[in-house]
Design a protein around this ligand. Structure first.
Ligand code: GDP
Length: 331
């Protein structure tokens, strides 16, 4: 057993880039124990002055598109150019069921051996809102530990993509040419979120088809709404397997950071994300207080059944419970 670290020991360890202490800090903020939460809150306040200096990169794509292979390849380019990289994940399936679409197999084996990379899998068994909170806090911890590139990965499921978009500076969608993926992405309205569209597996028999799809998509991009940055999204081919195109992509991401920083969008976006984060926190905390309130808990099942049986109108039932909460909130 480790001895329990104090807030100061955590802060000193993290800012000295101690990976073991960083790992323990992430475990601490993922804990739902009351005493841990208290320590975690103090820790977050303590490290705040050391945070913010990173490029936060969101990556999404359906299972099988090549995300882990891509992150290995991009990660290698990033760490070899002298930067420290943290890879975090939001797996909506593990939030819901404790299972995992991202797979329990050891992912990104090479990158996990790299001393300049810190890889943390998606926290399990929590609500998606809870996972969003711990991921945001983990981003800040990693920044305080000197990680300059923070990559947050998720799978192509609507809500988790919105969450990742809301905590990153640039959002990359990984796709495959053909298979109707372009249409799917467009339908779900994801194009509005995307800064960079990457068509992976541009190798072997698939190369010509992929390059043609890149050309088609590039021509169609002006039909889509501009990304929030005001910049037109870019389309790029790559092969995560051979590494072709990865270096160019890294160049493009850095260029994006430079342009948006100079133009002011980068900083404004972060400020907006911070206020969104505050409101998320309030919503989550209110919801938790409501559903944990003893008076609400006592009546909830009964009132839910009345709604189910058509004996109560939903908004009326909700109001009854909210009144009950308001009258009993200090108990
Ligand atoms: P994920 O589920 O999105 O993380 O996808 P993986 O990285 O696990 O890749 C799924 C499969 O696609 C694996 O068999 C990879 O080897 C393969 N793959 C990934 N990237 C490429 C690529 O650029 N070219 C080719 N030909 N195969 C790839």
């Amino acid at each position: 057993m480790h001895h329990r670290l104090s807030v100061d020991e955590f802060i000193r360890g993290i800012t000295a880039a101690d990976r073991v202490i960083l790992g323990r800090a992430v475990t601490l903020i993922e804990s739902s124990l009351e005493t841990d939460r208290h320590l975690a809150d103090q820790l977050m306040v303590g490290i705040l002055p050391f945070t913010g200096k990173s490029l936060r990169l969101g990556i999404t794509g359906i299972p099988g598109v090549g995300k882990s292979t891509f992150i290995e390849a991009l990660g290698k380019v990033i760490t070899q150019s002298g930067h420290k990289l943290a890879v975090l994940a939001i797996d909506p399936s593990s939030a819901r069921s404790g299972g995992s679409i991202m797979g329990d197999k050891t992912r990104m084996e090479k990158l996990s051996q790299d001393p300049n990379a810190f890889i943390r899998p998606s926290p399990a068994g929590n609500s998606l809102g809870g996972v969003a909170r711990t991921t945001r806090e983990t981003i800040l911890l990693c920044e305080a530990a000197g990680y300059e590139i923070i990559l947050v990965e998720t799978v192509g499921v609507g809500q988790s993509e919105t969450l990742v978009k809301g905590m990153t500076d640039v959002f990359v969608l990984l796709m495959l040419a053909g298979a109707g993926d372009e249409i799917q992405g467009i339908k779900r309205g994801i194009m509005e979120m995307v800064d960079l569209l990457v068509l992976n597996k541009a190798d072997g028999d698939n190369k010509a088809k992929t390059l043609a799809a890149v050309a088609d998509l590039s021509n169609a991009l002006h039909l889509f709404p501009r990304a929030t940055s005001g910049l037109e999204p870019k389309v790029m081919p790559c092969s995560a397997l051979t590494g072709e195109g990865i270096q160019e992509l890294w160049g493009l991401l850095q260029e994006y950071q430079n342009i948006t920083t100079t133009g002011g969008f980068f900083g404004d976006n972060r400020k907006r994300q911070n206020t969104d984060w505050m409101h998320d926190y309030i919503r989550n905390a209110l919801e938790e207080m409501f559903y944990h309130n003893p008076a609400v808990k006592q009546k909830l099942a009964m009132i839910e059944k009345e709604v189910l049986d058509g004996k109560a109108v939903p908004f009326h039932a909700a109001q009854t419970l909210l009144d009950l909460y308001a009258q009993n909130k200090n108990r």
